[in-house]
Design a protein around this ligand. Structure first.
Ligand code: ARG
Length: 247
């Protein structure tokens, strides 16, 4: 009886271990999992084949290749990336992420790989709004959890801010006059204007931001590899090829 009991407890423990490790989403050693939010062309977006494509994807592919791993892409909400890194669901977050002091408390970043800043997008026929300083009392769209969102929250009351998980929907609402302006990173603003038409940027760029690849603080070896690959890509001219391809 006693033996049976010990056996039963052992079985339950093993079962529980297997189940819980399953919940944490065991990552296969031969795969590099990139978390992103594919709503940010040309950094990451869905192409005609509905695959996640873009500048960041090319960089992540190069990192995976250098590590001898297969790249797996997890398209998720932008605001969920940090948590996904820290729960080990993804290995790297590549999503045009601005390196900020707040984010550095939670994750590590690679060396900066791109320079950008926030700008304001309005409808093409808009004449009143000429820069971010003209947005008082206006309805402003941002992507939830982004630096554009933070800038808006610092300047405007919450009731004037519309937060979207997909800024694509913010652009639709701009066209439909449900919002008056969008605050977003300038390269992405320019790409959306090309794709959608009917809108323009005003006032130039009003923040200075650097994009980095985020890695969990538990994974300094991977961060080192990422920085090494970024340096190699720059040295070999591959990085410039990616720039010419996407910008
Ligand atoms: N650069 C901004 C930030 O870090 C926006 C990034 C949004 N990226 C995306 N893939 N949707 O907050």
């Amino acid at each position: 009886m006693k033996k049976f009991f010990i056996y039963a407890v052992l079985c339950c423990t093993i079962f529980a271990l297997v189940v819980t490790s399953g919940c944490a989403g065991p990552k296969e050693a031969d795969k590099l999992v990139m978390g992103t939010n594919a709503d940010f062309p040309p950094f990451e977006f869905r192409n005609e084949d509905n695959e996640v494509d873009g500048f960041d994807v090319d960089i992540a592919k190069a990192i995976a290749e250098a590590l001898g791993k297969e790249l797996v892409i997890e398209d998720m909400e932008f605001g969920g990336l940090t948590q996904a890194l820290n729960s080990n669901r993804i290995d790297i977050a590549v999503a045009g992420i601005t390196i900020t002091d707040e984010r550095l408390l939670e994750v590590d970043f690679s060396e900066p790989y791109h320079f950008a800043g926030q700008t304001v997008v309005v409808r093409e026929d808009e004449e009143e709004i000429k820069s971010v300083d003209d947005l008082d009392g206006k309805i402003v769209a941002v992507q939830l959890g982004t630096t554009g969102d933070m800038e808006a929250e610092e300047r405007f009351p919450v009731e004037n801010i519309r937060q979207y998980n997909k800024i694509n929907e913010g652009f639709l609402d701009l066209a439909n006059k449900r919002v008056d302006a969008i605050i977003i990173d300038v390269p992405v603003a320019e790409r959306y204007i090309e794709i959608k038409g009917g809108c323009k940027t005003v006032g130039g760029v009003f923040t200075e931001e650097y994009f980095g690849i985020a890695v969990s603080k538990e994974n300094p070896e991977l961060l080192e590899e990422v920085d090494r690959v970024l340096a190699d890509l720059k040295e070999s001219g591959k990085f410039d090829e990616f720039i010419n391809k996407w910008f």
